[in-house]
Design a protein around this ligand. Sequence first.
Ligand code: GCU
Length: 384
Amino acid sequence: MPILSRIVRSSVTFLLATPLCAAELPDPLATATGQVVTSAQAWQQQVRPRTLQLFREQVYGVRPVAKPAVSQARVVREDPQALDGTATLKEIEITFAGPNGSVRIHPVLLIPNAAIAPAPTFLLFGFTKPDPLAEPNIKGAWPVRQLLARGFATVAFEVSEVDPDRADGFGDGVRAVFGKQPRPADAWGALSAWGWAASRIMDYLETDHAIDATRVAVIGHSRCGKAALWCAAEDQRFSYVISNNSGCGGAALARTKKGERVADITSHFPYWFCENYQKYRNREDDLPVDQHQLLGLIAPRLLYVASATQDDWADGRSEFESCVRASPVYALFAKTGLPSTTLPPPDQALLDGSIGYHMRTGPHALTISDWQHFMDFAAKHWKP
Ligand code: GCU
């Protein structure tokens, strides 16, 4: 983009970002012909399927298979007295077989031994191999003991086991198992493949009597936050989704966000998305959808978006505005989405609506304090 128009554009972006809700964004309630629906039923029938399809074709890619004919899950190791007897640990192996071979993943599930009823569960998209004994680290904390102490079960998997998190990973993951060459421009990217695997873990959870499958949350940080949002848009069995610092291609608005833009993300991480997404480099205004509509696809289920004050690359202010702009979809279901249109002070969580939000003081990270808010939100809204 020429320098002058870049300057004009960024000052426009700044002005638009200051009073919330001033930018021209697609209406999350509009049908293909621009008609604004006024009922949840009309939205479900006329808006949701089209919005989902546009995200598939232009952003995250189309999945070649819903549930594979051959998908086997088995518990390969069980320890009923894990973590000083507080939990039952199950190491699960799930095999996905398709026309071009197979891939195995190894999620780790912990169920609180104190539970007297099927447990609500947090499913974490992990950057590394799940290790419940590891001290929660700053990149993608998994505070297993805190979750168990509050009565939650939790399961984590390593996204790279599903599909490697690298540009040339296509041939080694689940996308190769089901994909065809040459890959169409709307073929699924790695974010969608990771979310698809979370759905296969959900298939297993539905068979485990210790788990309340009506209360399973997907949670991810950063790239995994993008994947968690898309996962829950595709799979409505998840009743709660948490996006932590997901930014560009996640909760933040493509059109007006600061920091990372479509041109940046598609240069560094083209394989996260479908190839079509690259058409919108420096042309975000041409996108047929924007990310508040992705948040709208979660409605009427629980959604939590968390930002951080020093995370300019993700742009927390834009993530907040996106939640504001998604809230009319919740209103159709007679629910309050975000309970405020004013950005709350740092570290103050908005927990009263069906969309939760906070802006944590500090850098891009998933911390224990973020998790405390996510658990508080669950305890408040997630009734058996
Ligand atoms: C990069 C990328 C972000 C992403 C982040 C992460 O910073 O630009 O979009 O969220 O990596 O996943 O850690």
